[in-house]
Each structure stands twice: as C-alpha cells, then as structure tokens.
Design a protein around this ligand. Sequence first.
Ligand SMILES: *Cc1c(COP(=O)(O)O)cnc(C)c1O
Length: 523
Amino acid sequence: MSTPNASGWKPGTPVEGHNAMSGPDTATGNRALMLEEPLLFEIGHVETTGVDLPEPKGGTNRLGGFDREAAIGLPGLSEPETIRHYTRLSRQNYAIDLGLFPLGSCTMKHNPRLNEKIARMPGFADVHPLQPVDTVRGALEVINELAFWLLDLTGMHGVAMSPKAGAHGELCGILCIRAALEARGDAREVILVPESAHGTNPATAAFAGYKVEDIPATPEGRVDLEALKARLGPDVAGVMITNPNTCGLFERDMKAISDAVHAAGGFVYCDGANFNAIVGKVRPGDLGVDAMHINLHKTFSTPHGGGGPGSGPVVLSEALSPYGPLPFTARDGDGIVHLVEEENAAEFEHTKAFGRMTAFHGQMGMFTRALAYILSHGADGLKQVAEDAVLNANYVLRSLEDMLDAPFGPSGPCMHEALFSDKGFAEGLSTLDLAKAMIDEGYHPMTMYFPLVVHGAMLVEPTETESKAALDQFIVALRSVAERAKAGDESLKTAPHYAPRRRLDETQAARRPVLAWNDPSMA
Ligand SMILES: *Cc1c(COP(=O)(O)O)cnc(C)c1O
C-alpha cells in the first residue's frame, strides 16, 4: 500500500515524535512488530473506492430529492487496507487479554470466553427492544433470573435492572430516595459524602439537586462515625458511602452508620462498585443499605473500558422498592415473566415508580454475560472470587510496602485493592513519572492521584483472575520503578521510552481535542 495522499505524505514515512525506541532508523518508520499507522484519511483517498459496483441498470430514483449534492469526502480503502489499519492500531493498545491491568477501582478482570459464547447466542444477541414481548420471553427470563441472583447475593428487596452503568445507577438510587422522601412530604436538601468517595458520588447528588457535604475520614482511612452522627439532622436526605471504600478498606461501622442515618430519617446509598471484594461473604442488605448499584462490568466480569459498555442494576430496600423505575420484569402466578411498563404497573402493584431511567429494559449483552458468570461460578465460586481478590491485593500490598509507602498498611489487611503514596520519591519525581515508567515495563499504569485523601496516590487492584506468577512479575516491575523514583533516576521524567507514543500533552488533548480531519490540500 503506497498511495500518496493529498498532502503528499506517504505511508511508512517516519513522522517526528513517533516511536523513539533506540536503534537505527528504519526506512518505513516501523520497529519490527511495532508498525506505524497513520490516520484512515491519510492512507485512503477520497477519490478512490474500496469496491467496484456496477452502475445500477434502470430503476427509478426514490430519494425524493434528497440526493447527495457533493462528494461525501470519506477516504476509500480496500477491505485488507481497512482491516490492517484497525489491527495495527489494536496492537498499540493495552488490553486485559494482553496482561495484568492494575487500575484500582476499575476492576479490570479476565472475562471468561464462556460469557462471550452465551452472549452471542442469536436468541439473546439478535433481539430488538421493540419486538413483541411474546417473542422475547427467553430474554425476559434471563433478566428476571439475573435479578433474582442479584437480590440473593445482596439480601435486598427489589432491583432496578435498567441503569446503564455505575454512575447511572447512583442517579437511579438517589431518585428513589428523593421519591420516598417526597412521598412522606419530607423534602430534605443535603446528601453527605465521605472525602474518599468516587467522584461520581458527589456529582450524582449534585445532579439530583442536593447540596453535597463532606464527611471526614479517620486517620486510618475510614468514615468518621462520630463526625457523621454529629452532622445528621432533619435536612439530611441520606449518605452515599462506598463499601469497601476507595482506600481499599472495609467500612466496619457500616451497620452503625446505617442505624444512625435511619434514626435521623435519612436513607443509606452504598456505592457497590467494589462488591467483588465481598460478594458471597457479606450481604449489603444485612448492613442496612437502602440502595446500591452493582457494576456488572466490574464484579461480574463483563468487558468494559474506553467508555462502555456497562450495566448498573440498583438493588433496593423494602422502603425504596416501591419507587424503583419502570420497566422491570416480574413473574406472575403462572410462572410467566412479564415486562412491567406504565400500562400494566397497577396489575403488578407498582404505581409509585419515580419514572424511567432508560427507554428500554437495560443492557442485554451485559445481562447474559453476568448471569453466565454467576451460574458458572456458583455460590462457592463467587465466595472464592472475593477471597482471591482480597488475597491478591494483600499479596501486592505486603510485597511492596517496604519499597513504596502504604499509608494504611499498618492498620491491617486491605480489601481488593492496595493503596500507596509518593512519600519518599526523590525531589522532582512524581507518581506520574512512575506510572509512565510502568508503560515501559509493559503494564497499563495503576490508578493515579485517586483517592484524593492520599498524596500522589497509586491504587492497585490486581483482581482475583491473576496468578501468583503474574503478580510476582508485576511486583518486580513496580519495585524496580519505585526504586528508581526514590533514587532520583532522571530518565523516569521522559518515560515511556519504548511506547509508540511518548508523553502527550494531556491537557491540550482534553481541552482542545482535534476531532475532525482537515485535508491539508484544501488549506
Ligand atoms: C467505577 C466506579 C463508579 C462508576 O461506575 P461506572 O460504571 O464507571 O459509571 C462509581 N464508584 C466507584 C467506587 C467506582 O469504582
């Protein structure tokens, strides 16, 4: 492939700032298996086309005057050119199928291929949300079955299956709380959120119209129960608490927190994104939680990243269940699963729904994968998921705490993620430098600068799907870059050295993204 494009640029010509791997330059700009890849617009050409279709014979134009007047301006590429383009790009990307993905809070775990096989069965993959209900009974059965197991695992009363991700589930839960308060004529204004909360928590509360107030953390990284109790009162609608929290610690006072909030007339929202650390071991319903989203794409392994897809069912207490959104599935006396919508809500005694979160019933592909994951693990397997996730994180914590500062290490074991700080790094070297050096070691960096309660935070979540050998190699890599950061190795500042691209101007990329390609020949 060597069609020069309009700008005269020829594929394979090294471009400034490209791969800086040491060694002599190559004529193509490629570095062995690392192939340079320009934009589609630079490879293809608007005047070429990938297919040769014969001119249509006869027939009448039925476009009703909406014919295109000018060329569409898209580059023409052949099928192999197109496929190679995307394959080459995919090889420059990190993926859970390539290696350990230590992003704390994100739970990047292996997605068993069995899930994919089930999700691709045509009866699930090809259904359309507007199909007559009678033709999708099997799909509704799956949604209902998954709902049953989510309730069983959490010890809750009802579940809204339609929210499309964790943050969407948070909004659903907070809207249930608001509906319940309004129903008793008790409009409250404040939601309390701990300092260590995921950013989506205060954002959700604010989006739903609440004032957000911080609750401080104790020096050992947990919610300060006394400070929380002192703030409770008739203006507090509820609290949003992540458990296990974003410092990787279990909130041991959760039941006392719930009791205090309930006694003050408020509701307890639990951010359940970290449910993988306690699934099969602890039921949030037993801790007094009123609403909790479950990130199916984290705990139950359905693939995620790059913005989707996700699914965030919200389990609800008996007090909040009547307000859960439509639609949902329910089984009638004859054992048939129905879709409950506005028109049949009264029949299923669900007339107080606050409204809807989505047009349809939720993310079918995520539901099938999550149910396959739950059923293939079984009760004992899911319990082991939590145990191994916690064991792996503690292995990482204890293997590194002599090299990296672990602020909450001394206060006991962590849950599913290990938290480190930048304390002890040489002057001028930061968490960012260490993270970039991890790219050279062949790893996606860990979560950085979150949670905010720890300086230069590094949050590592290995998940249960990593073997000891995989963890040992990761630990060797992290130890080595941490040692260099402490010793003041200046080469960290320009890491990564071996990646297809090096340090990008992330601020400019976020503030002034270049989203359109302008043909340089037209300039
Ligand atoms: C991932 C996460 C969320 C948000 O979930 P999304 O599915 O990304 O919207 C909220 N809270 C915590 C603690 C999380 O880890």
